[in-house]
Design a binder for this molecule. Structure first.
Ligand SMILES: [Zn+2]
Length: 275
């Protein structure tokens, strides 16, 4: 599933292609991907709208519309791709939304597994309709200081991995980067958050920022079907230390990596390097 670095890559690719563009026609081929409002109102609301910019919050792509409080919101789910295509380029398989732009190109969304979703509305409206969750702070950028993080994590009483996956605690991490952050911090994913020492919380904060920033620099991890907004795979999967490597030797110490089930997800860690 695309996590913060993958969504950030797509957003930074789409921004220059979409900012200022007007949506001319909207063709919704799989209406059930629209969670709010009704599909007909969604299509009508996008028709003729001009995109102000493209940004990201957690794993959500946000496109605020000019002269309106409304924003077009896309969550890529497991296998979604949002991409600008030339009008005559053949349709990708599983294309579920086509929007023609005023420069003659098309914004298209394809999604093999169909876990993605679309929303259209003002921030308050989407929250009231319970279709956009309350998200925790962004783990990178200036919005979260180490002090804030220390305070936030001390209030939780749960395994570190579960906390990192919880979007209302921190926005944007999924299975890949929570395992990678635990490894980089030298912490077992099963450790309880409220029992971490100050320096361990410090290490975790630093590790989260480091793994996310490195992945953005590598244009994301293409571990499943993820590609950027130009259809090109990222390179960060080549640098992953533990994710998807259960049973194989730790790249740092050679000990076989352990695999367990935590918070419903496969979790991999090094029993030697992580304490
Ligand atoms: Zn190790």
């Amino acid at each position: 599933m695309p996590e913060l670095p993958e969504v950030e890559t797509v957003v930074s690719d789409l921004r220059p292609q979409l900012a200022g563009r007007r949506f001319e026609t909207v063709s919704l081929l799989l209406p059930r991907l629209v969670r709010y409002p009704e599909p007909a109102a969604f299509v009508a609301g996008l028709m003729g709208a001009r995109v102000e910019t493209v940004s990201r919050r957690g794993k959500y792509i946000l496109a605020p519309l000019a002269g309106s409080a409304k924003r077009f919101v896309v969550h890529l789910g497991m296998t979604g791709h949002l991409r600008v295509w030339g009008r005559d380029e053949p349709l990708a398989r599983h294309t579920h939304l086509r929007i023609t732009l005023d420069d003659g190109r098309e914004l298209r969304y394809d999604d093999q597994r169909q876990f993605g979703r679309f929303l259209l509305g003002a921030e308050d409206e989407l929250r009231t309709a319970r279709v956009f969750p309350r998200l925790g702070p962004e783990p990178i950028g200036d919005s979260l200081t180490e002090g804030d993080f220390q305070a936030l994590i001390r209030r939780r009483r749960r395994p570190v991995k579960s906390a990192l996956l919880d979007q209302s605690f921190l926005a944007g991490l999924g299975n890949i980067y929570s395992d990678e952050a635990c490894f980089a911090a030298g912490l077992r994913p099963t450790r309880m958050t409220h029992r971490l020492a100050v320096r361990e919380r410090q290490a975790l904060f630093g590790a989260i920022g480091a793994v996310l920033r490195a992945s953005i620099a590598h244009r994301g991890s293409s571990v499943a079907s993820y590609v950027d907004a130009f259809g090109v795979a990222g390179r960060n999967q080549e640098t992953l230390q533990v994710y998807g490597r259960g049973g194989r030797p730790c790249l740092r110490c050679g000990t076989p990596l352990k695999r367990l089930r935590l918070a419903g997800r496969t979790t991999v860690y090094c029993p030697q390097c992580q304490r």
